[in-house]
Design a protein around this ligand. Sequence first.
Ligand code: G3P
Length: 217
Amino acid sequence: MKFFVDTADVEAIAELNALGMADGVTTNPSLIMKSGRDILEVTKEICEMIDGPVSAEVVALEAPAMIEEGRKLARIADNIAIKVPLTWDGLKACKVLSGEGHMVNVTLCFSANQALLAAKAGATFVSPFVGRLDDINIDGMDLIQDIRTIYDNYGFETQILAASIRNVNHMKEAALIGADVATAPPAVIKAMAGHVLTDKGLEGFMKDWAKTGQKIL
Ligand code: G3P
């Protein structure tokens, strides 16, 4: 499973990229707002740092304007994936932009039928929002599984990009189901390294090592 980093914080992206943990980046209007940066500037900076796809989202609501915004975003760098919402207009924009050879990430997907439409419209990625479904007592991972089954039934090449990932269990479950990508905040990716038994084991080793009086360096 590829890891995308769900942030526009360039320092956090750089740290994960240095470890090979940033196969791509996803942003959205809320994350751009949080960064306090200009969308074109910060997206360019991220694209220069990362080899993989960097999603930048359109904000128009009608297809013609979405297409124009998408073309402008795509001019930032070759690794831009244009993010459009999963609306009827977003699907129209997806069809045109993917037909022009751009990567398109169809976002705000909350149902298997929406994901089926995104694949039919030529999406490179579909982004089902796991955490926001969990928030309303619907198991977000069931949606990832349903989309996996549907895409595999018909050989759709659209990649499932599990989004709105909130915790380490979401990462594990997405990987078990076979999501192609999971996009997560940097803190969630870093938290995957944590285990109470690792901490406890290390503490024991350090205590015993001190008793030996030895040094390696
Ligand atoms: O990947 C989509 C993400 O940015 C939304 O996450 O936590 O606001 O639902 P969240």
